[in-house]
Design a protein around this ligand. Sequence first.
Ligand SMILES: [Ca+2]
Ligand SMILES: [Ca+2]
Ligand SMILES: [Ca+2]
Length: 388
Amino acid sequence: MPAITKTYKNEKGMVLPLGLMFLAIIAILGTTAVIVTTTDLKIGTNYKLSKQAFYVAEAGIQRAANALKAGASNGFDDELLGSDGSSGTSDDGILSFGSSVNFGDGTYAVQVTDNNDDGDLFSDLDNKVIITSTGTVNNASKTIEAVYYYRKVKVDGALGIYGTNPAVELSGGSEIDGRDYNVPPDFDCSGAGCTATLAGGAPAEPGIYAEEAITQVGLITDETDPKQNVFGDPPVDEDGGGEGSVSDWQNFANSLTPDLTVDSATEGTITENIFGNRDNPQITMITDSAGTGTHLSGTIDGAGILIVNGDLQITGTFHFEGLVIVMAGGDLVVTGTGRSIIYGSVVLAGSGASSEVDYGGHASIRYSSQGMDSAADTLSGLSAWREL
Ligand SMILES: [Ca+2]
Ligand SMILES: [Ca+2]
Ligand SMILES: [Ca+2]
């Protein structure tokens, strides 16, 4: 039997369809690749733009926070009403920098609204408002919302004594002054450079406020005839009935979250600049586990809020802008020739114990609304961010 031999007469023709199929597949793949790449590029560009838009919106939030901080001292009603002072108009909640601002490759539009604390959207009772900022870059836009809060500390005078049997002794060139002082031009001042001018036209606070009659010693002899080293309106107010009480001040101090805590057992004498500065005021808490009080010595600057448990003794040159609260019946004693000046207010919040202030040398307590702004700065800021 002859071997069966399969023969194909013409195999050459198969090359053409195979090649065509192959080309078709390549073409499809190529087209797909182009489509995928283009889509990727589009996604990439959109992603980049929306990210940029987010950052532009964020810049608007920061700009608004700065404007609100600058305008916080008279509350936020004026910001909610806009420059025309009327509600229900197009400038409502538009800040001084306008409704739309060019920034980077885009623009941000910012509006401030109330958090509706009292049913009236044009009256802010809780010092809290909402900033809404929309950043737009080309066709991409992002909207961010944040809460701005501002808390001001109200005091009853340059020096407020809320303990029992308050005693004040002033000697030498020391002063307690309730008139409103500017802070020194230079925060890093020393000696006479730390003296400052009176804020023009600003109303005065009482120099010394006390809930009870002060045991008057030193240069103070009579409430109706205070000596030359106490100033204010009135220089001395012993009638009580002020904004705060011992428990108010203690609760307030205890409610704060300190940025820094130091203890008398390890830091009985503080000689370093650890109390913040005008650009970055802070809340500093000094605890007194040693029961010895705290001693400040050397040249120290600080700003914000200083809470001192137990006694506070100052012998160096202490320049502070803000609020000093001496707790737990502590005494405040300044001795030596250093020119220690507190711009803001000092509160003695002793519970059931007598509180004494003993100021000598050239030391002074000067009420300063600018100094109190540093205290307020530690209680203000942005919170509750969210992307809409
Ligand atoms: Ca305002
Ligand atoms: Ca308006
Ligand atoms: Ca509010």
